[in-house]
Write a protein that binds this ligand. Structure first.
Ligand SMILES: Cc1cc2nc3c(=O)[nH]c(=O)nc-3n(C[C@H](O)[C@H](O)[C@H](O)COP(=O)(O)OP(=O)(O)OC[C@H]3O[C@@H](n4cnc5c(N)ncnc54)[C@H](O)[C@@H]3O)c2cc1C
Length: 372
């Protein structure tokens, strides 16, 4: 099949990889691939730590995708030869003061009820793992199944792999979709209209700006602002694994890379496409990070970035065929787009090839939109 993909973030590129590897002809349309939310992300593969009291089916999909990642990493790396930086060091969960500890203890009980292994640690055990952390922490636990990859290396690795597989990248924005003879066609403002057997919509938070889409789709995705920071530590042993914490009621994560970079994040704000960087949340994140990891004060400030998570009507992804048409969706990855892409790329590719919704993503299909 000839497949046109709108959007070259992780959703579009991971699907392109699966489809091109299965010998389909794939074209990605994106004015600047891999510069949206996929650039900002911290790269955590954290189904257990990200579990929400109301989102158990999504947890199961996230866990399944987490299981698929090591093999997906091998597949991409074997084509590109570029490392993705997958690290299986686990995630340390810390509560800074007694109220934070109580909240995290409640969450740990819920996680255990769902079968997630949460191992409490003593202060001494924390210090053995992470000598540079402050503390003592009234709550400390290890979740060994939550890990990380370097999302920027991932996107670079995918870019090289897609080139190897013959995927064409058109650096143009898709202004609209036209419905002709029951089929959706891509429209580019200053370019002849390309025809594809299948159109896969993976434009992240900006999908609403494409005209000609059914309103059920364009209205289904909202931008959720995230401000995130990157600092460069003097050594790559300041922090050895992902740390997620609650400090005076505020959540925070620190994600160390082998280069000594530490990603610190992130805000979650429902303010539309507001691209301004605000001092207060940045100052708060850095202050709390330095409370946990005092040596962070000596790190170099590298980067602050604002990007938008694609949040759907029910905060779950929307994946699969739209109304028996040639239009397929891979949208609404929200907070978990890196984590979910190993599974969503696999199953959206399967649905395109078979015309059926795979059982693994049964509850996450576009039928939720058709009903609206
Ligand atoms: C601060 C922050 C931290 C995060 N941390 C994590 C994390 O640790 N783990 C995790 O799993 N997830 C994380 N996420 C979520 C994750 O980044 C997103 O879910 C994921 O990147 C969404 O991927 P996407 O491809 O749908 O969107 P994007 O990466 O935003 O890509 C969409 C692409 O579509 C293109 N596009 C838009 N409109 C058009 C058009 N009209 N024509 C052509 N192309 C178009 C854009 O240029 C862009 O390249 C984080 C997100 C943020 C903001």
């Amino acid at each position: 099949m000839d497949i046109g993909i709108i959007g070259g973030g992780i959703a579009g590129q991971s699907a392109a990889f699966r489809l091109a590897a299965a010998n389909h002809k794939v074209t990605i349309y994106d004015p600047s691939p891999a510069t949206g939310a996929s650039l900002a992300a911290a790269g955590m593969l954290a189904p257990a730590s990200e579990v929400n009291f109301s989102e158990v089916p999504l947890l199961r999909l996230m866990q399944h995708s987490n299981d698929l990642w090591p093999d997906f990493v091998r597949q991409i790396e074997s084509v590109s030869g570029v490392s993705i930086g997958l690290r299986m060091d686990g995630t340390l969960i810390l509560g800074y003061e007694p109220n934070d500890a109580r909240d995290l203890e409640r969450l740990a009980e819920f996680q255990r009820e769902l079968g997630i292994e949460v191992t409490r640690l003593t202060h001494r055990q924390v210090k053995e793992l992470e000598p540079e952390l402050g503390g003592p922490f009234p709550f400390a636990a290890m979740i060994s199944t939550d890990n990380q990859l370097d999302n920027r290396q991932l996107m670079h690795s995918l870019e090289v792999a897609l080139d190897q597989l013959g995927v064409k990248i058109v650096h143009k924005s898709v202004s609209s979709l036209a419905l002709k003879g029951g089929n959706y066609e891509i429209v580019l403002d200053d370019h002849p209209t390309p025809r594809h057997d299948i159109v896969l919509l993976a434009a992240g938070s900006q999908v609403g700006s494409i005209t000609g889409l059914p309103t059920a789709i364009s209205g289904a995705i909202r931008p959720v602002k995230g401000q995130i920071i990157r600092v460069q530590a003097q050594s790559n042993t300041l922090l050895n694994r992902v740390v997620r914490s609650k400090t005076y009621g505020k959540t925070l994560y620190m994600v160390p890379r082998t280069s000594g970079e530490i990603v610190i994040g992130a805000t979650q704000e429902e303010v539309g496409f507001d691209t301004t960087a605000k001092v207060r949340p940045i100052a708060e994140m850095l202050t709390n990070a330095a409370l946990l990891l005092p040596g962070l004060g000596e790190a170099d400030f590298k980067e602050q970035l604002v990007r938008f998570r694609p949040g759907s009507i029910d905060n779950a992804p929307i994946v699969g065929q739209y109304c028996n048409s040639n239009l397929f969706l891979c949208l609404g990855h929200f907070r978990h787009g890196i984590l979910l892409s190993a599974a969503l790329s696999k199953y959206v590719a399967e649905s395109i090839q078979s015309g059926k919704q795979p059982s693994e993503i049964e509850g996450f299909g576009a039928a939720r939109l058709e009903a609206n």
